[in-house]
Design a protein around this ligand. Structure first.
Ligand code: FE2
Length: 434
């Protein structure tokens, strides 16, 4: 047998609609062509199911994940009570429990085809316990998951004593990205000052920036304007992200018509976190209640990169979640009312190609030369994957199958309607078929 290839995926439906075989050698994609004639050491029959590059989570908190209920549940459901609760939990954290929870979450992620995560890590604890734990986890999981860490001053880099020094120490230890939280500083001026200091620090060190920015329903929270300004001033375009940006939901439309072009011009990406912000925002509203997610379709229409992040899984801010980026895309699609066909595909990109760009992942995609990191889904295209939150039949990392899940099969026993349910036979093309 010709074993020129290590692995050959047969008859894959690609996210762009093409059908092709995918040939893999030494952990990289070597060819993407219809009906590749050669055999391989291992073949995987895709039978026209979707093969996508892996899911990427642009915004997560791995240090707090899987702590829900410790030491108590968030009674008000607000961001601020969540921050207070996390403050109560921090003194009780240990290296071992941090590592154990993070590794468990990474298991969930890989099983869901989520192979790259940007996680913020709180640097306000002078012991830097969480930083050391997640740097250790980053090395442990490297063979199967790319973990990028953001030095995140949860209690405010200016408001929390020693936070700036701790943040710099975290960067010295190897944390990748500069974080911030300007809306949590004491005043608007201090918030703006924090953005300046942190962007200059990133410029000095040649690092990327990802700030929690304007995660509030206050329409006058305008730190994104300052973030765009310093990004442009320091030439950091393409390396800066504003996370959450929920105040934009409540801003005056006239101001937004000036703001979005400034974000675009500066090259700042936006990261919305639909599961979290649909539950956290609007908590001070009676009715009508604001949705609170940033203006996703408008940012996309202006040419801004917009990713959807998971943000939280079972922590002081959110009791649910399982590392399923299709659930994130599903919620984002609903909250942003992105039900047009092209818009639904953009929601899929918001959990795959777009966050890969924001993280600066090397060799991401399905083309010769790319890393052989792939997910085989029980769906035929990206829209169907979101609709069904499709089963990840196989997850491939560097050319090796690292996780499998059996296909979701339901069998009916009804008069005249017995047998397996065909979840896939419901596309308009099928209705129109002769
Ligand atoms: Fe966050």
């Amino acid at each position: 047998m010709d074993t020129r290839y290590d692995l050959l995926l047969r008859d894959a439906a690609l996210p762009d609609g093409r059908r092709a075989d995918i040939a893999i050698v030494d952990g990289r994609i070597q060819a993407v062509e219809p009906q590749i004639p050669a055999a391989a050491a291992q073949e995987l029959a895709c039978d026209g199911h979707l093969v996508s590059p892996p899911f990427v989570d642009a915004h997560f908190h791995m240090d707090s994940s899987l702590t829900w209920g410790q030491p108590r549940v968030n009674a008000s459901g607000t961001l601020l009570e969540g921050i207070a609760l996390w403050g109560e939990l921090k003194p009780q954290l240990t290296q071992d429990t941090l590592v154990e929870r993070a590794l468990r979450y990474c298991d969930w992620a890989v099983a869901r085809g989520l192979l790259a995560v940007r996680s913020h890590v709180d640097v306000c604890d002078p012991r830097l316990l969480a930083v050391e734990a997640l740097l250790h986890v980053k090395e442990r999981v490297r063979p199967y998951l790319d973990l990028q860490l953001v030095a995140f001053p949860q209690d405010g880099v200016l408001r929390s004593p020693g936070a700036l020094a701790n943040l710099k120490r975290a960067l010295d230890l190897g944390v990748d990205v500069v974080g911030g939280i300007p809306h949590f500083e004491r005043t608007m001026e201090q918030g703006a000052e924090s953005v300046r200091i942190l962007c200059e620090l990133a410029a000095e060190r040649g690092l990327r920036v990802d700030m929690h920015c304007d995660e509030t329903d206050d329409p006058l929270s305008r730190h994104i304007e300052t973030l765009a300004f310093h990004t442009q001033r320091l030439g950091l375009g393409g390396r800066v992200a504003g996370s959450h940006l929920t105040s934009m939901h409540s801003m005056d439309n006239y101001y937004v018509s000036k703001l979005i072009p400034l974000i675009r011009e500066a090259g700042v990406a936006a990261i919305a976190n639909p599961l979290i912000n649909i539950t956290l925002q609007g908590r001070h509203d009676s009715y009508p209640k604001r949705r609170g997610m940033t203006r996703v379709p408008e940012l996309l229409a202006a040419g801004v990169d917009v990713a959807f992040g998971h943000d939280c899984v079972m922590d002081p801010w959110y009791p649910l979640g399982s590392g399923d980026m299709l659930e994130v895309a599903h919620m984002g699609l609903h909250v942003a009312q992105m039900t047009g066909h092209a818009a639904m595909r953009q929601c899929f990109e918001a959990v795959t190609a777009t966050p890969a760009r924001i993280l600066g992942l090397e060799g991401y995609g399905i083309a010769p030369g790319c890393q052989a990191d792939l997910v085989l889904l029980q769906a035929r295209d990206p829209v169907e994957a979101i609709r069904l939150r499709a089963t990840r039949l196989a997850v491939i990392r560097r050319g090796r199958v690292v996780a499998r899940t059996p296909a979701a099969v339901a069998t009916l026993d009804l008069p005249g309607r017995s047998g397996p349910v065909d979840w896939l036979a419901s596309r308009p093309e099928d209705w129109l078929a002769p």
